[in-house]
Design a protein around this ligand. Structure first.
Ligand SMILES: [Zn+2]
Length: 456
């Protein structure tokens, strides 16, 4: 069953005031998961979100996880039909930045510019997907559409896996769409298909019970900071970024030429990248190489070195102890467990007195770059935004994605609607009608494409 474009356009236009009204209600709830003082607002957000689903005719329930709840709901048209779950989150980042030009939780609609915390991350995209689904259901498409709205995404989804264990309330779908990512440039849909993983580590070295005078003890005393710097230098080439831990690159799947070509189609610009992050210079200025490095290559990063004296002037002590804080970004098929084991083994050889402890662990994610679901995403983006998407990867990690992959082992696709200028995790966040209406159309088409696929 094909989507009638005129009918869809009429439907989307007719949805506008409803979309704006609902987005306003949702943005005005300060569902800041990071702030324990806002737990009542997070709960209220779950109640309102479930109400939005039922008001649109979907079934909805609030699922307890041990932390903030998950809202689960949708439309079931028949068990013989394919089921797709759309993932969004309803919690938001804090909004204390002094640059806010308005009260962050007072929704403002300036002629299709929707201002307020959470408008683009991720309440606006969630509503666009929901209204696109409503159209698909009204058309009688043979598809089951479910929504999974998390309320702890901004704090790393600590109870998400526990929630997914409740199979009766959160059933396993045949595929997933995550709508919580940002394009690289306006007018060029960009959909990630991979995320880097992460393993942090603290390297500590104690050579004395306290700091000692360097005039009295220096020369004979060991210097833990110097030794930790030596370890760091043995692990990474600071000039090139090359990781020197033996075996580190062994499992790395290098991106193909087609993948790099697709990265460049996203509208990525080295100049804009440098401006956005305030960099004076980079290790390379070649756009293909920059995108490969930030999206598809692993790293070893030094975040901090503590111990010794940090006050004004120079205090002549030999520190008794030092701590080096590092992390590694990982790509498919690396695992945080193995990367940590390699680091630990190597450091033991370099300096057996250094203690290595892991901190935070996220597996990398690699979805499909080709295949029937990717074709559906391509056609959906084209229908919604007039252009096929560029397939990119994300340098960061979304814990919930890896959790769903582990729990369900089904294809996970991305259909994000946010733009870089929307102020994701930044002051003066907004969403806009162009992305919302394009998103509704893209989702409606996506559901129609999926309905054509056989259940499997
Ligand atoms: Zn988000």
């Amino acid at each position: 069953m094909a989507v009638n474009h005129d009918q869809l356009a009429t439907y989307v236009a007719s949805c506008r005031s409803r979309f704006e009204d609902l987005l306003g209600q949702m943005v005005e709830i300060p569902s800041i998961s990071m702030d324990p003082g806002r737990s009542d607002d997070v709960r209220r957000m779950a109640t309102v979100a479930a109400q939005v689903l039922t008001d649109l005719g979907a079934e909805a329930r609030i699922v307890e996880t041990g932390g903030a709840p998950i809202v689960s709901g949708g439309w079931t048209t028949g068990t013989q039909h394919p089921t797709v779950t759309i993932y969004n989150h309803m919690d938001v980042q804090p909004a204390q930045e002094p640059e806010w030009k308005q009260e962050p939780f007072a929704f403002k609609n300036e002629g299709g510019i929707y201002r307020g915390r959470g408008a683009t991350d991720d309440k606006g995209p969630a509503l666009a997907a929901l209204l696109g689904a409503r159209f698909a259901i009204d058309q009688g498409l043979p598809i089951n559409i479910r929504f999974l709205w998390e309320l702890e995404e901004e704090i790393g989804s600590p109870h998400f896996a526990a929630g997914l264990k409740k199979r009766a309330e959160i059933p396993r779908p045949d595929s997933v769409v995550v709508s919580d990512t940002i394009w690289i440039a306006k007018g060029r849909p960009a959909m990630p298909y991979g995320l880097r993983g992460l393993i942090g580590a603290r390297l500590t070295l104690r050579t004395g019970s306290k700091d000692a005078h360097s005039g009295v003890t220096g020369g004979a005393a060991r210097n833990p900071l110097g030794e930790l710097i030596e370890v760091a230098q043995a692990c990474v080439d600071a000039g090139t970024g090359e990781v020197k831990i033996p075996g580190f690159y062994k499992d790395v799947v290098t991106p193909t030429k087609a993948e790099i070509k697709s990265f460049l189609k996203s509208g990525f610009q080295v100049k804009r990248f440098k401006e956005a992050y305030g960099f004076r210079s980079l290790r390379t200025d070649d756009p293909a190489e920059v995108t490969r490095r930030i999206w598809a290559a692993p790293t070893f990063e030094i975040h901090g070195l503590t111990g010794g004296y940090h006050g004004p002037g120079v205090k002549t002590i030999v520190p008794g102890h030092g701590e080096l804080k590092v992390s590694m970004r990982l790509v498919p098929n690396q695992t945080p467990e193995k990367a940590f084991a390699l680091l630990k083994k190597y450091v033991a050889k370099l300096n057996p007195d250094v203690k290595v402890e892991p901190e935070g662990m996220l597996h990398p994610f690699k979805g499909s770059f080709e295949g029937p679901y990717v074709e559906c995403v391509k056609r959906a983006a084209k229908a919604g935004f007039g252009k096929e998407p560029a397939f990119i990867r994300e340098g960061g990690s979304i814990g919930a994605v890896v959790t769903m992959q582990k729990a369900w082992k089904v294809p996970i696709l991305f259909l994000g609607l946010s733009l870089p200028e929307h102020g994701y995790h930044a002051p003066n966040e907004y969403f806009d009608w162009g992305q919302a209406s394009g998103g509704m159309k893209a989702f409606a088409h996506y559901f129609a494409e999926l309905a054509k696929m056989r259940k499997g």
